[in-house]
Design a binder for this molecule. Structure first.
Ligand code: DX5
Ligand code: ZN
Length: 224
């Protein structure tokens, strides 16, 4: 089978925030496609990471698209701020708002691409009606809130289901997997239909990050 495109979105959460500019450089020189930025508010998830200023300060350092993952309550109140901070993609959690379609429309109106994320305990059917409004769907393969957690293999079937549904309906969204993605787990995710791999801990522990992404791609393609 002809390999499909596979994109990488390394997560800054796996890096050292005290040298954030250096870490962005590492992501750029690895040949990655996006920079994944995890915004946590201490309410939707227990941890607090960073907000719009951190993102707008990083913005001039690269042309790569900023893939901003909002793990916050009431995301509809924050979309404008993150769009003007330089996000290219803004992803909101289906569990964090009663107004997911309104959020997705607001994201597009703000000039960004729209993403929906679902927790391990949330089914694809829960977001079915919102799928036509999404440019990206992120399947969380760990419980959101921390880097370095163990991959939850039961989530792979949701990637498969999303891939099947988009083919049936002609929807164009890309499927991202986030959490515990490594050389050990990328194969079945890619086989299931994942287009974008988020990788934090596995990426930043490598010395040669370009070589790591190459090995990730080879490992994925072995599963086709
Ligand atoms: C977790 C975050 C992830 C995290 C992934 O809530 O959404 O993006 O950085 O990190 P690893 O690859 O370490 O699981
Ligand atoms: Zn994330």
């Amino acid at each position: 089978m002809e390999p499909r495109n596979l994109l990488f979105s390394p997560s800054m959460l796996g890096g050292d925030f005290s040298r954030a500019a250096f870490e962005i450089g590492e992501i750029v020189s690895s040949g990655a496609d996006y920079v994944h930025l995890d915004v946590m508010d201490g309410s939707f998830v227990p941890e607090i990471t960073f907000g719009r200023k951190f993102i707008s300060d990083l913005r001039p350092l690269t042309d790569l698209v900023f893939d901003v993952h909002l793990m916050v309550e009431r995301p509809e109140e924050k979309i404008g701020a993150f769009a003007s901070a330089g996000a290219g993609i803004i992803t909101v959690h289906a569990e964090s708002t009663d107004h997911i379609v309104r959020c997705l429309s607001m994201i597009r109106e703000a000039g960004c691409e729209s993403g929906i994320a679902i927790n391990p305990g949330t089914s694809v059917s829960f977001i079915e009606a919102a799928l036509p409004f999404a440019d990206y769907v992120t399947v969380m393969t760990v419980n959101p809130g921390w880097g370095g957690q163990r991959f939850i293999p039961e989530c792979i079937s949701k990637v498969e289901e999303l891939d099947r549904r988009r083919k049936d309906e002609g929807w164009q969204f890309l499927i991202e997997a986030d959490g515990g993605v490594s050389l050990d787990t990328i194969g079945p995710l890619y086989k299931a239909g994942m287009d974008i791999a988020v990788t934090g801990t596995a990426f930043f522990r490598e010395d040669d990050k370009a070589d790591f992404l190459e090995r990730m791609r080879e490992k994925a393609e072995e599963w086709l």
